[in-house]
Design a protein around this ligand. Structure first.
Ligand code: SF4
Length: 344
C-alpha cells in the first residue's frame, strides 16, 4: 500500500490496530507532509519498532525518477517517473519570478485523444491513485525544501484528463489541502479539463475554491471536434452552458485555454468568434502558442499573430494573456517526454 494513499483517519486506525497511541499517526502525518520524509528510516522521532512496521506495511518510494531534464534557462525542470507497475508519468516544475508552479499528472496516458497533444496520441492506460498524484507534489516539495524554497502553485494539467479520474484527483487535492498536513490552499490549485460537462457541473455544485480552466481551442464545433474528440460527446453549446453554470454557482472566474496554432485558430475571425462566445461571462483567456508534437503537423503561431489575437479579445472586453511556452527545449508540453521515451 502506498503511504500517500492514506487519509489521516486511515493512518490513525492503522496505528491503533498496532497498539500505538493516536498521536503517533499525527507524527507520521507531520513527517510526511511537513518534513517531506520519504522513507520510514527518516522517522527518527518514532520508536524503532514502529518505523519497522511502517516500512513493512507501506511503500514510500512509489515514484522512481528515471530522467530529469532542465531547460536551457534553468527555470524549468521536467522529471519522468517510473511507477511501481513500470508505467511512466511526468511532472514539471516551472520557476517564474517568485512563482514555483508545479504541473502534475492524473493518469497514465489519456482517453481524450486531443490530436495536438502527445499524451492524447499515447492513448489511455490507467488512472493514478490519489497517492500517486500526491507523490509527484511531495517529490518536488522535498526538492524545493532542500533549497529553502516552496511550491507556490499547482496546475493539474499534466498527463491525463483530471475529471476522468475525478474521485482520486479530488481526494489528492483535499489531502494536500489539509491544514494539519501540507496545507496547500485550494485557491492555489488550478484544474484543467478538456470539457467533461457532467464533471464541470459536479465540480461547480461542490463549490470548491480550486480554480477551473477549460481547454477550448476552437469556438466552432467542426474545428473543435477535429482537434478534440470530446466535443462529439459534449459540444460547445453544452460546454458553455456548463461553464456559465459554474460561474453563476461559484461566483468564480473561469479560464479558457487556447493553444494558438498557426492558420488554424489564430485568425482575426477566430478571435472575433471567441469574443462573441464568451461575451458576458466572468472569464479569462490563456492563449499559448502550440507546443509542437511529432504526431501533429500544426505549427505554433507567431508572436505578431498572437498579439493581434489578444488585441481583438481585449477590444471586445475579454481579458487575455499570452503565455510564453516554457521548457520547449525539454519537451515540457504534457506527455511529450513520456511519449519520446516510448500536451491541456
Ligand atoms: S490535452 Fe489533456 S485531455 Fe487532451 S489528450 Fe492531452 S492530456 Fe488528454
Amino acid at each position: 500500500m502506498l503511504i500517500y494513499d492514506l487519509e489521516l483517519a486511515d493512518l490513525t486506525e492503522t496505528v491503533k490496530t498496532w497498539g500505538e497511541p493516536v498521536f503517533r499517526a499525527n507524527q507520521i502525518w507531520t513527517g510526511l507532509y511537513k518534513n517531506f520524509w520519504q522513507s520510514a528510516d527518516e522517522f527518527t522521532n518514532l520508536p524503532k519498532a514502529l518505523r519497522e512496521k511502517l516500512a513493512e506495511n507501506f511503500r514510500f518510494d512509489i515514484l522512481t525518477p528515471t530522467l530529469k531534464l532542465d531547460s536551457s534557462d534553468g527555470q524549468t525542470r521536467k522529471t519522468l517517473f517510473k511507477l511501481q507497475d513500470g508505467r511512466q508519468i511526468e511532472a514539471v516544475l516551472m520557476r517564474y519570478d517568485r512563482r514555483r508552479t508545479l504541473c502534475i499528472s492524473t493518469q497514465v496516458g489519456c482517453a481524450m485523444g486531443c490530436t495536438f497533444c502527445a499524451t492524447g496520441q499515447m492513448g489511455f492506460t490507467r488512472h493514478l491513485s490519489s497517492g500517486e498524484i500526491i507523490a509527484q507534489v511531495m517529490y518536488y516539495a522535498h526538492l524545493l525544501h532542500n533549497e529553502n524554497d516552496v511550491v507556490t502553485n499547482i496546475v493539474v494539467m499534466g498527463m491525463g484528463e483530471p475529471f476522468h479520474n475525478y474521485k482520486n484527483t479530488m481526494a489528492a487535492i483535499d489531502r494536500l489541502n489539509d491544514p494539519n498536513g501540507y496545507n496547500f490552499g485550494a485557491r492555489r490549485f488550478t484544474i484543467s479539463t478538456s470539457g467533461l460537462v457532467p464533471a464541470i457541473r459536479q465540480f461547480a455544485s461542490e463549490k470548491r475554491q480550486v480554480n477551473l480552466a477549460v481547454s477550448l481551442h476552437a469556438s466552432e464545433n467542426d474545428l473543435r471536434q477535429s482537434m478534440m474528440p470530446v466535443n462529439k460527446k459534449y459540444d460547445i453549446e453544452e460546454l458553455m452552458q456548463a461553464c456559465r453554470y459554474y460561474v453563476e454557482t461559484t461566483g468564480r472566474r473561469i479560464t479558457f485555454e487556447w493553444a494558438l496554432i498557426n492558420g488554424v485558430n489564430d485568425t482575426p475571425e477566430q478571435a472575433k468568434k471567441l469574443a462573441t462566445l464568451l461575451k458576458g461571462l466572468l472569464c479569462h483567456v490563456n492563449a499559448i502558442p502550440l507546443n509542437p508534437t511529432t504526431g501533429y503537423e500544426g505549427k505554433a503561431t507567431t508572436r505578431e499573430r498572437a498579439e493581434a489575437f489578444k488585441l481583438i479579445l481585449e477590444q471586445n472586453g475579454i481579458p487575455c494573456t499570452i503565455r510564453i511556452r516554457r521548457g520547449i527545449d525539454i519537451q515540457a508540453g504534457c506527455g511529450q517526454l513520456a511519449s519520446h521515451q516510448l500536451t491541456h
